[in-house]
Design a protein. Structure first.
Length: 271
């Protein structure tokens, strides 16, 4: 059996977390990442019959029973993942009754998964129904996007329209747009349910005055989605502070959609 510390999925996960911390998206212990692993990936590095302990989930995740996840720990700093993954992240399987996480590795110091796990698992359920290839859910606090929620109208269509106008690649990278939630108490099933309801049809959900939830097929795609939304928000914050005189027009957005054969979200651009 191979050493899990040499597993590609763990190395990539830790490197991604370190990069997010470096960019200032995940201050202190802010942010969390969940990665749906295949049974084959896990069996290469772990004995799946050796359950270290059970950790109650706090909600019914029976739709994911038997599935394996790599998830960041509560109170853990992204900057420490590379140097000490076993204390900062964990691999677990959802129990048959959907009530517990069966810990297979990690959280060595007695810790547990992020408090945002309900929102993550609910989002995984929703995304797997929309696209079975989606395996990553990423929550982070990009600085400019966070600032934008303080100065821009919190309307899904208007917010999406503004982001699309800020960079030519935006409608190409996220043609499904973004969803915007009002401020809600974090770490609750309620915000998890609200996020899952939106993320089923849109891979990007913005938590106003808090951060962003994104889903994708792998770590690179999901990170790139956050990166693109954040760049657009940065351009908006910089340009709006001095006065925006030029924008990508709706006609130009349509040209982009035609050029890249995009099926973009309806209701954002006038038809």
């Amino acid at each position: 059996m191979a050493n899990i510390l040499e597993a590609k999925f763990l190395k990539e996960y830790c490197a991604t977390a370190a990069n997010m911390y470096r960019l200032g998206w995940d201050e202190r212990n802010g942010g969390n990442i969940s990665y749906l692993l295949t049974e084959e990936e896990v069996k290469e590095v772990l004995d799946v019959n050796n359950v270290l302990r059970l950790i109650p989930l706090g909600f019914d995740a029976k739709e994911l029973s038997g599935r394996y996840f790599l998830v960041s720990g509560t109170g853990k700093y992204f900057k420490n993942f590379v140097g000490d993954p076993e204390n900062n992240v964990g691999v677990f399987r959802i129990s048959a009754d959907g009530q517990n996480a069966e810990l297979l590795w990690g959280y060595k110091d007695g810790g547990r998964f992020t408090s945002e796990l309900p929102a993550h698992l609910m989002s995984h359920i929703a995304r797997l129904k929309a696209d079975p290839q989606n395996r990553v859910v990423m929550h982070t606090h990009p600085t400019n996007l966070l600032a934008m929620t303080y100065v821009h109208e919190l309307d899904t269509n208007k917010f999406t329209h503004t982001l699309w106008e800020m960079n030519t690649e935006c409608i190409v990278v996220f043609p499904d747009g973004v969803e915007v939630l009002p401020w809600m108490l974090c770490g609750t099933n309620e915000i998890g349910e609200a996020t899952a309801e939106k993320i089923g049809s849109c891979r990007t959900v913005i938590w106003s005055m808090h951060g962003i939830y994104c889903a994708g097929k792998d770590l690179d795609e999901t990170f790139g989605l956050v990166e693109t939304v954040e760049k657009a928000a940065q351009v908006y914050m910089m340009a709006s502070s001095v006065g925006i005189k030029n924008r990508i027009t709706e006609d130009q957005l349509k040209q982009l959609a035609k050029r890249f054969n995009l099926t973009y979200r309806k209701g954002i651009i006038a038809e």
